[in-house]
Design a protein. Structure first.
Length: 107
């Protein structure tokens, strides 16, 4: 299992250190804190908007997952605001580029 092969299947995974439990980002087979091996696990599909911008009618945002990693993706529905929760609705690889699409979770 690795990050890109799982992403191609539509699974957002992260690497977590087997020893110190630190989430390693970008994904790696070794921890960038203690240099021990990592294991792969599914990432939460809920994140928090850290910042966002709009180009034409498309919103993009930097989203924080698991209070640790930040990933840029497209916000395809809802009204984004800093601090709001988003849910991953699609992830994958298209034309050799990573794809992450999210919707705002209305509370």
């Amino acid at each position: 299992m690795n990050f890109e092969s799982e992403l191609k299947k539509g699974n957002l995974v992260i690497s977590e250190c087997i020893d110190c439990k630190k989430i390693t980002w970008p994904p790696s087979e070794f921890c960038n804190q203690c240099l021990k091996e990592t294991s792969w696990r599914k990432c939460s599909d809920l994140g928090k908007i850290i910042e966002f911008s709009k180009q034409n009618d498309i919103y993009f945002g930097i989203i924080q997952f698991e209070n640790s990693i930040r990933i840029m993706g497209k916000i395809i529905s809802g009204n984004p605001e800093v601090g709001k929760t988003v849910q991953v609705v699609e992830c994958g690889v298209s034309d050799s580029e990573y794809v992450l699409k999210m919707k705002v979770v209305e509370e």
